[in-house]
Structure formats: C-alpha cells, structure tokens
Design a protein around this ligand. Structure first.
Ligand code: CO
Length: 160
C-alpha cells in the first residue's frame, strides 16, 4: 500500500465529473487500499478518488470502524434534512455548515463485483453524500454556509 498525495481546492481534477469504473481489476483494488491508507493517515472519515488524482467513481468511507469501499455509488433514496459542520481533506483548515439528507440509501458495486445497497443515516449518510459530491466535481465549500478558517469550538470532528 502507499500513501497518496491529496489534491487541494484549485486543482482542476476536483471540478471534473468522474468516469464510472468499468472493470474491477488489480489496479482498482490497489487504489481502494491506497485511498483507505491515505484517509486513515490523515484522520479522515471519507475519501474520493479525484482527491488523490484519479477521475473515477470510487469512494472509501469509515465513520464507525466499518470500512466501505464503494464503486459507482448512487443514492437511490433520501429522507429528511439536517445542517451540520463539515471539513474536507482537499480544503485544509476550512469548515462550514452543509445541509444534507438525514437518511439515504446508496447502491454501489463492491470490490468483489457484488451489487449492494445499504441504508445510512447521521454522520455516515453525510459522509457518503459529501464523497459522492466529489465524484460530480462538487466541493463542500461550493455549498456550505458560514465557512470559517479553523474549526469553530464545541463542534464534533468531521473531516471527509
Ligand atoms: Co471532501
């Protein structure tokens, strides 16, 4: 495994619509593992392939010690709405309030070629929505309110 360089806001790859993963080969599996390693090394809870220089529809999330590798993820259902603080590995030291669905269903391919659909709520749902935005060229700072430099105190830790 290897640590990858995280691209930051201003890099054009973060504005692109990513391509679907067509074939789950060794290269794709290695990229998932490298993305996970990079995410854990930077204390993130989610990471998307364009953040490490690959314009592909791949995300890795781990909110509660359960890692999900998602290929071609698609939200199939959303419910409710809530506003909470977000950060992003690609926007160092910026925080802002983002409105997201409270509960979602997301469909994706696993690294073992299985199609899967899971339900997520709260922070996991927020993280998945944030990462899928990356696949569509959208950063949280494009949609956040009350963006601050540095974390406002008393807020919980959420870097995606
Ligand atoms: Co992010």
């Amino acid at each position: 495994m290897a640590l990858l360089e995280v691209k930051t806001a201003g890099d054009p790859i973060l504005k692109q619509i990513c391509a679907s993963v067509k074939k789950i080969d060794k290269r794709v599996k290695k990229l998932l593992d490298d993305m996970a390693e990079t995410m854990y090394a930077t204390d993130g809870i989610g990471i998307a392939a364009p953040q490490v220089g690959y314009s592909l529809r791949m995300i890795v999330v781990d909110v509660d010690h359960k890692r999900y590798d998602m290929l071609n993820p698609e939200i199939t259902y959303r419910e409710g709405s809530e506003v909470d603080l977000e950060g992003c590995l690609s926007c160092p030291n910026l925080f802002g309030e983002v409105e997201r669905a409270t509960k979602i269903r997301v469909k994706f391919m696993t690294r073992y070629h299985k199609e899967k659909e899971i339900e997520a709520e709260g922070l996991l749902a927020r993280c998945i929505q944030h990462e899928i935005d990356h696949l569509n060229g959208r950063l949280f700072i494009d949609i956040a309110k009350n963006i601050t430099k540095g974390k406002p105190q008393t807020e919980s830790d959420q870097e995606n």
